[in-house]
Each structure stands twice: as structure tokens, then as C-alpha cells.
Design a protein around this ligand. Structure first.
Ligand code: NAD
Ligand code: IPM
Ligand code: MN
Length: 338
């Protein structure tokens, strides 16, 4: 293995949390190469994702990503080009987002413990309404009409559902909206029904996405793996973060099995706290742990997760978790445990 990692810190708190997590990778002997893609480059040079970016990234084992988003670019045009450009350009079709309670004190749900909240959302990551296709006509008139195409292919749906079943031990639950979304909803349901029987030991369940949102809060213990489309997965994963201590702890892996992976916190650039040394770096550490797992470095990944749990246990936490420590203090504590 060449042991090369591309680091894209991004905007806002992205660079702050990545600065804490990146040294862990360096200490494990990875060579890190930083790419300054983000709002400043977009505003000064008009460049989001440089034309040779995808080709250059193919030299790396993995990508460690912070967050994008800047109040000066309200439509997030640069973020869509860079982040969605990487997800689709590298065909990172499986966005795996664990919803795992790391300490009983962190959940807002009554009578739920770490045993109850421990599942993974497999979010389809290359299709749906994220393609940027559509139109706006009669702009700025009462007749203004917008269309955003939500595109799903059989192959695209089949591969994420297959990946979900491959990773499951007990159950896979599909979140869909076939009662309202005529074509795409039917496709998801049909493909799920085709694939599920190939895994007779895995319980296959289906829930409408609105009911699923309620079940996350009412009875999260019923889930092991949830599979759903891109936009639903985006919304549900923030809900999942909400029941496990917030966005400061939510990690993710964007992968194409057998190829490169991009690892990033679920949160955005958090302009409300950027530059204040308040951002929780734990999601960035936990995303680094997912990166290590992806590269089969299971032992260091486990140690890193344990170190994060230690910090929570001992209340070495930023204000979002009720602590009084800074981003850097939490980062130093976690690295010192390793
Ligand atoms: P956000 O995730 O940036 O922040 C939501 C809330 O959670 C804020 O109150 C923020 O302070 C808090 N928060 C988030 N991460 C935190 C952390 N690590 N520690 C402590 N608190 C944290 O979402 P938003 O405010 O809706 O969006 C801000 C910008 O980020 C927008 O431009 C949005 O498009 C972008 N965004 C980017 C990504 C990404 O790059 N993957 C993800 C989500 C949002
Ligand atoms: C996420 C983010 C992105 C998404 C935005 C920034 C385009 O919310 O990674 O969850 O919707 O996928
Ligand atoms: Mn999101």
C-alpha cells in the first residue's frame, strides 16, 4: 500500500476539525497531501473542483474531507461542484453513516441506551435529486415554475441495496415513499423485493420514509441496517445524529467498494461557530476511524474510537456536548490516549 491520503479541509470548521484528526493519520505513517479547494479558491479564482482533480485523486488510498459552505456563497455552488462532484465523479455510491450512541448520557431519547441505538444508514450517494438536472421558467413571476429531476436507475438502486444486505447480519430496512413517488418509489420497492430473497438469513423490512423518521425516535432498537435514497438519507442521517448527541459526533464514509473512499463528518461548515475553537472534532476523528477500517487498519481504528469514548466519559468535550473544552483541547486529549 502506498499509504497516501488526500486531505480536503474545506471551509468554516472543516479545517479546524481536520487539523485535529489529520495528525492521527500522519502518526500511522500516511503521507498527507492537502488540497485547498473551497470557498476562497472559488471566490478568488472561480475554481471549485479543478479539471484534473479526479485524475490526481486516483493516486491516493483515501480522501479525508472536512466540510464546505460559506455565507458568501449562499447557493453552495462551490460545495455542490466539489463535494457532489467527488461523490459522483469517483462513483462513491455507498454513503455509510453510523447512528451509534457512544454514551448513554448523550441521547435525548427517554429510556434508550447504547444497546438500543446502534445501526447504520446506507445512503445511495450518486443519484436522486442531486444530479442538478431540471429547469426554472417564468423566473420572478407568479407563474415561476421549477423542476428538479430525481433520477434513479435500476443498477444504481440494486448496488446500494446489495451492499446493505452484504453488510447485514440480522436485518435490512428499506426507507421509501412509493405511496407518493410514482416511478422512483416503485423502482426502489421492486428492486428491494428482488434482492432480499437472495439473503434468506437477513430479515428484510420496509417502511415509508415518514414512518421511518418516527421509528428512529420511538424504537431505534429495531434497526441494524437502513437503506434509502440520497435525499431521504441526507435528512435521516441528521435525525440520527440528533438522537446520538448531535452533529459533532456524526461520521461518514463515502465508498465504492474496492476503490477509493472519502471520509467526512456529516456536519457542515457551521458558520455560527467557525473560528471560535468551539467545533467538536469527534466526528472528524470518528470519520478517520472509518477511513482506517476501510484500509483494514482495524486495531488503530478501534483505539481511536475508544479514545473518543474516553473523552466523552471524562467530559473532555466542546460546548455542543455540554463541556467547556476547546476544539484543540479535545483533539489533544484524544490523540494523547492513542
Ligand atoms: P451545519 O452542520 O454546518 O451546522 C448545523 C448546526 O450544528 C449549527 O448550529 C452548528 O454550529 C452545529 N454543528 C455542526 N457541526 C458541529 C461540530 N462539529 N461541533 C459543534 N457544533 C456543530 O449545517 P448548516 O448550518 O445547515 O449549514 C452550514 C453550511 O454547511 C451550509 O453552507 C451547508 O450547505 C453546508 N453543509 C456542508 C456539508 C458538507 O460539507 N458535507 C454538510 C452539511 C451542510
Ligand atoms: C451532507 C450534506 C450535503 C448533502 C450537502 C452539503 C450537499 O448535507 O453531506 O449531508 O446533502 O449530501
Ligand atoms: Mn446533510
Amino acid at each position: 500500500m502506498s499509504k497516501k491520503i488526500a486531505v480536503i479541509p474545506g471551509d468554516g470548521i472543516g479545517p479546524e476539525v481536520i487539523a485535529e484528526g489529520a495528525p492521527v493519520l500522519e502518526q500511522l505513517g500516511f503521507e498527507l497531501t492537502h488540497f485547498g479547494w473551497g470557498a476562497n479558491k472559488w471566490l478568488s479564482e472561480g475554481i471549485g473542483l479543478p479539471p484534473d482533480a479526479l485524475k490526481n485523486l486516483s493516486d491516493f488510498d483515501a480522501i479525508y474531507f472536512g466540510a464546505l459552505g460559506d455565507p458568501r456563497i449562499p447557493d453552495m455552488a462551490h460545495g455542490r461542484e466539489i463535494l457532489l462532484g467527488l461523490r459522483t465523479g469517483l462513483d462513491l455510491y455507498a454513503n455509510m453513516r453510523p447512528i451509534q450512541l457512544l454514551n448513554n448520557k448523550l441521547t435525548c431519547l427517554k429510556n434508550k441506551t447504547c444497546d438500543d441505538i446502534n445501526f447504520i444508514i446506507f445512503r445511495e450517494n450518486t443519484q436522486d435529486i442531486y444530479g442538478g438536472h431540471g429547469s426554472a421558467s417564468n423566473k420572478n413571476t407568479p407563474q415561476e415554475t421549477t423542476i428538479d429531476e430525481s433520477r434513479h436507475t435500476y443498477a444504481g438502486v440494486a448496488r446500494i441495496i446489495t451492499q446493505a444486505f452484504e453488510c447485514a447480519q440480522k436485518s435490512v430496512t428499506l426507507g421509501h415513499k412509493s405511496n407518493a413517488i410514482k416511478f422512483g418509489g416503485a423502482l426502489w420497492q421492486r428492486v428491494f423485493n428482488e434482492i432480499a430473497p437472495k439473503y434468506p438469513k437477513i430479515k428484510a423490512k420496509q417502511l415509508y420514509i415518514d414512518t421511518m423518521a418516527m421509528e428512529f425516535v420511538r424504537a431505534p432498537e429495531q434497526f441494524e441496517i437502513v437503506v434509502t435514497s440520497n435525499l431521504f438519507g441526507d435528512i435521516l442521517t441528521d435525525l440520527g445524529a440528533g438522537i446520538t448527541g448531535g452533529l459533532g459526533l456524526a461520521a461518514s464514509a463515502n465508498i465504492h467498494p474496492g476503490r477509493i473512499g472519502l471520509f467526512e463528518p456529516v456536519h457542515g461548515s457551521a458558520p455560527d461557530i467557525a473560528g471560535q475553537n468551539k467545533a467538536n472534532p469527534m466526528a472528524a476523528f470518528l470519520s478517520a476511524a472509518m477511513l482506517l477500517d476501510f484500509l483494514k487498519l482495524f486495531e488503530p481504528a478501534k483505539k481511536l474510537r475508544e479514545a473518543v469514548k474516553q473523552a466523552i466519559e471524562r467530559n473532555i468535550c466542546t460546548p455542543d456536548l455540554g463541556g467547556q473544552k476547546t476544539t484543540q483541547e479535545v483533539g489533544s486529549f484524544i490523540r494523547a490516549q492513542l
